[in-house]
Design a protein around this ligand. Sequence first.
Ligand code: AHM
Ligand code: MG
Length: 327
Amino acid sequence: MESSRIALPIGTALDRFIKNNQEQFQYASGELSQLLRDIALASKVVNREVNKAGLIDIMGAMGTQNTAGDQQQKLDVLANIRFTRALTKGGEACAVISEESETYVDLNNDGKYVIAIDPLDGSSNIDVNVSIGTIFSIYRRKSPIGKSISEADILQKGEEQVAAGYILYGSSTMLVFTTGFGVNGFTYEPSLGEYVLSHPHMEMPKDGKIYSINEGSANSFSDPVKKYIQYCKDNNYTARYIGSLVADFHRNLLKGGIYIYPATAKDPKGKLRLMYECNALAFIAEQAGGRGTDGKGRILEIQPTALHQRTPFYVGSESMVTKAESF
Ligand code: AHM
Ligand code: MG
């Protein structure tokens, strides 16, 4: 959708941005804006915890595993609690789907929105002081308000997202989001405790020369993926892989590039989760002029059949994703 492009200056606080751009928040009853504020607030708390992770004894594995069998880190658990609590408080959400919870959390029958969230992605990077992120998608519920929620509310296609975003806990902390009217990026100003507009109307370069893939698994990539990687090398592309989806995606959004997590022997359906990792980033990519596919079709058109469903993921600059697909 076309942005109405109200020119707000760099440095505008998130709250002011939301107030001045209400036409970009559909169904204008204020709940979607409030959800975004709640997520922003929770992210500040998580940011504080991420920043002091090296100082206090909250680092390291908790000894429990999440639904996918990954070791849960204490910060993952904390982030999950912070975000779920923030989303529960205002009553806008009827359900939360989280990477850290096996089933969805049923919140409030009067809530209008369903949120899918990966509270802290890239968790293997926590202990080594490398950028990590939060990824979120927001959907309207489909069932009547006041009734209990149904599967149709939970398992929605990515194209039904009304908003999506991520928080990158990096050398600075950023909130990047879309409500379907383009993409805007806000940088956290710690001394003010505010997100301020730093990257208005973000657009992904149509083409790029950065490819991001875990080449350690190359032996088990399909032939087309192998050929595409060879094509990148033959054309002197630059390989950049942090192993933190939000950070890899963010770099490619700014500089032009492609991120690939294909099917591998270990993860025959890909590693990444459709509902709370790929959908949000595919929506943001499209809103910034890029593309997101599973190698066969548009990520946003995949009908999820399970909460923690995985998918191969190709996302980034339009020409690069199209080229990769052509292999
Ligand atoms: P997580 O949800 O357990 O943190 O895993 C997702 C992460 C992504 O951030 C990252 O892009 C990918 O897994 C890295 O996987 P690999 O180590 O196999 O390259
Ligand atoms: Mg994750």
